[in-house]
Design a protein around this ligand. Structure first.
Ligand code: WT7
Length: 701
């Protein structure tokens, strides 16, 4: 097994990695018969048949699924063409090229007119405050989207243009993204927890011509003045010679002033005292959403797009530090998110689905917006956080809307576990049928708690492994079919052909551990890195020609179950979100006091992994708590609060190889006070290590 450097990296304090062997022999949990009875895939055997067909006849398998959707013109040529092998030329993937459609039409107009579900609730919106709620039907959502598409058209937005969106979890966020999709413009959604610097970087990278944002919002008790951050970002863009000509602002916190109006997506006035948030206004650039909407027309013919036209860009951390603009396309992404949603959550018409992820991440794109809407599902759209106003918020929402399928992250489960069972059992949760997790390996303790307490032993858990790049689920149980093993993402979804490779790129058979790769394209795979196809090829296809390389290590046990063992590159997974060490290091060295920095992942009981930073200071600077606070602030400003380190250690020097490479493997051990350092023959100066051990950070700063 060729990954010695990486042993024990993932899973944090939960000890996922160490226990993997023991767990694979532990008991497995059969799907509950009452779930299997009505499931789309009611047995493991049926799953195997469908999976086999999806790989042997991908064109027919996905072709049948495509028939469910509306195509303006059918696919004229080959259903699938691709090259996965860099040694044979350019990497490309084309599903249904030449067919034309529109994803917004498919998730709204088709549901309203063809499926006749116009009056069905698309979203129950639950605001940060429990009493702030509203709901929006498919018909109402379509009206809003048509209005806003006309607004964008009037502002000159055309097919192929890029539109940046920086908003909290409010209905207008869904309206904005679908309006872009209707016009064939690419949305680039930037999570509202990211800094103005990150927003600026993303606007510039894909030269967005317009920004959509919001005045301000609450996250729990915390007020976020988003417009101020958006203004800073636009100012930075201007300084860099890229003036964004238009910024559309939703009045969300200030909604009360607008009255209730008759707009269907209009939330009721906010009941808490509304602080006087100062919104600065740039004449000629800023425009109020509600004013533009009043003037906009009802009808908006969608822009018919090629199945292979880009749908959106979503940035994800890259190991070199610069975020990559992952590009997904209209046709394949639509088929894939619709199909994974249907089977993985075993969707039925009467379900109320709730994915707690923010739309600013891929999980929100695929399983708050596109996947559920493509199926005509009713979902919950939640603005708040699990601990506000108290730690039973999630379960009170489950009861309020009778949520049947619930999807969240292991970090949220671990956070809530700390408060015990009572905040959960206080609520009935009788509606729940299927539970899901995503973002990182789930440790067995958290899995068992989720199963026993939240799901009252009744609900199967779908542990879904996938990535921003994959568009949708890749390895996952199906709730009515797959016997579950806590901590394993089990088996591949339809169309997914995983393999485990050793360091030399040989496929390993049976029980094995190595690099997780995929052997053939599935419809939801990303097509390129925006503006940098070479980076796409290098990142995902160069290491092992012929395969898509995930960057994750994995183990396959004797029963063929897949166990993700964590990243094998310089990426960290903090609360289910990837960060690159290089990105954090470059934010640190931008501080005048820092000469050099090395960042490693460190186990954390709630976040899974947290950041442990070693900094070497420039001459004349001293290490102090003021400095660590400044460094944290610097990182928050450059990247965003999620990247805030838990530990910053003074490192008069860093352990390096004789060729000058920082030995992160050693730094990870130092952070954990693990003196079993393995082979140290390459270290240039061993005394550095003793010194670092004696100055370890003992507590979270
Ligand atoms: C990385 C992708 C896809 C949505 C959220 C994250 C890790 C994701 C699992 C899981 C073990 C997982 C992997 C992957 N990951 N889900 N169920 N079990 N690891 O998207 O930010 O693109 O991160 O998250 O390391 O490569 P992302």
């Amino acid at each position: 097994m060729g990954l010695p450097e990486e042993r024990g990296r993932s899973g944090g304090g939960s000890g996922v990695r160490e226990e993997a062997g023991a767990r694979s022999r532990a008991r497995s949990w059969s799907p509950p018969p009452e779930v299997s009875r009505s499931a789309h895939v009611p047995s493991l055997q049926r799953y195997r048949e469908l999976h086999r067909r999806s790989l042997e006849e991908p064109r027919e398998f996905w072709g049948d699924i495509a028939k469910e959707f509306y195509w303006k013109t059918p696919c004229p040529g080959p259903f699938l063409q691709y090259n996965f092998d860099v040694t044979k030329g350019k990497i490309f993937i084309e599903w249904m090229k030449g067919a034309t459609t529109n994803i917004c039409y498919n998730v709204l107009d088709r549901i309203v007119y063809e499926k006749k579900l116009g009056d069905k609730v698309a979203f129950y919106w639950e605001g940060n405050e429990p009493e702030e709620t509203t709901q929006i039907t498919y018909r109402e959502l379509l009206v809003q989207v048509c209005h806003f598409s006309n607004v964008l058209r009037k502002q000159g937005i055309c097919k192929g243009d890029r539109v940046a969106i920086y908003m909290p979890m409010i209905p207008e966020l869904v309206v904005a993204m679908l309006a872009c999709a209707r016009l064939g413009a690419l949305h680039s959604i930037v999570f509202a927890g990211f800094s103005s610097e990150s927003l600026c970087e993303r606007i510039l990278d894909s030269s967005c011509s317009l920004l959509i944002t919001t005045d301000a919002f609450y996250r729990g008790e915390k007020l976020v003045n988003l417009k101020e951050l958006a203004d800073e970002a636009l100012e930075k863009c201007r300084e860099k010679g890229f003036p964004v000509r238009c910024c559309i602002v939703v009045k969300h916190l200030g909604r009360a002033e607008l009255g209730t109006g008759d707009s269907p997506s209009q939330s009721p006035p906010i009941k808490r005292p509304c602080p006087d948030v100062q919104i600065s206004w740039n004449e000629g650039v800023d425009m109020w959403w509600h004013e533009l909407m009043q003037e906009a027309g009802d009808e908006c013919e969608p822009e018919w797009c090629d199945a292979e036209d880009p749908l959106f860009i979503l940035y994800t951390s890259g190991s070199t530090g610069k975020p990559k603009g992952v590009v997904h396309t209209v046709g394949g992404y639509m088929l894939y998110v619709a199909t994974t949603f249907k089977y993985v959550f075993d969707f039925h018409a009467e379900d109320v689905f709730w994915c707690t992820a923010d739309i600013g991440w891929i999980t929100g794109h695929s399983y708050v917006t596109y996947g559920p809407l493509a199926n005509g599902a009713t979902s919950v759209l939640f603005e708040g956080i699990p601990t506000y106003p108290d730690t039973s918020r999630l379960w009170s929402i489950v009861d309020k809307y009778k949520v049947t399928k619930f999807y969240t992250a292991p970090t949220a489960i671990r956070l809530l576990m700390k408060f015990g069972d009572e905040p959960v059992t206080r609520h009935s949760r009788a509606s729940l049928q299927v539970l899901g997790t995503v973002g990182e390996p789930i440790n067995p303790e958290a899995w068992l708690w989720y199963h026993r307490v939240v799901g009252a032993q009744r609900c199967p858990i779908v542990d879904t492994f996938w990535q921003t790049e994959t568009g949708g689920h890749m390895l996952t149980p199906l709730p009515g079919a797959t016997p579950m093993k806590p901590g394993s993402a089990t088996f591949p979804f339809f169309g997914v052909a995983p393999a485990v490779l050793n360091e030399s790129g040989e496929e390993l058979e049976g029980e094995a551990e190595g690099y997780l790769v995929f052997k053939q394209p599935w419809p939801g795979i990303m097509r390129t890195v925006y503006g940098n196809h070479e980076r796409f090829e290098t990142t995902y296809f160069k290491k092992f020609p012929g395969y898509y390389v995930t960057g994750d290590g994995c183990r396959r046990d004797q029963d063929g179950y897949y166990w993700i063992t964590g990243r094998i590159d310089d990426m960290l997974n903090v609360s289910g979100h990837l960060l690159s060490t290089a990105e954090v290091e470059s934010a640190l060295v931008e501080h005048e006091a820092v000469a050099e920095a090395a960042v490693v992942g460190h186990p954390h009981p709630v976040k899974g992994e947290c950041l442990y930073c070693f900094v070497t200071l420039c001459d004349g600077h001293t290490f102090s708590s003021t400095l660590t606070e400044e460094l944290k602030k610097q990182i928050r400003e450059k990247i965003g609060p999620i990247a805030t380190p838990d530990y910053i250690q003074n490192a008069p020097s860093l352990p390096k190889t004789r060729s000058g490479k920082i030995m992160r493997r050693v730094l990870r051990k130092i952070a954990q006070n693990d003196h079993d350092l393995g082979d140290m023959s390459t270290v240039a100066d061993p005394s550095v290590i003793t010194q670092l051990f004696s100055h370890r950070c003992l507590t979270i700063q």
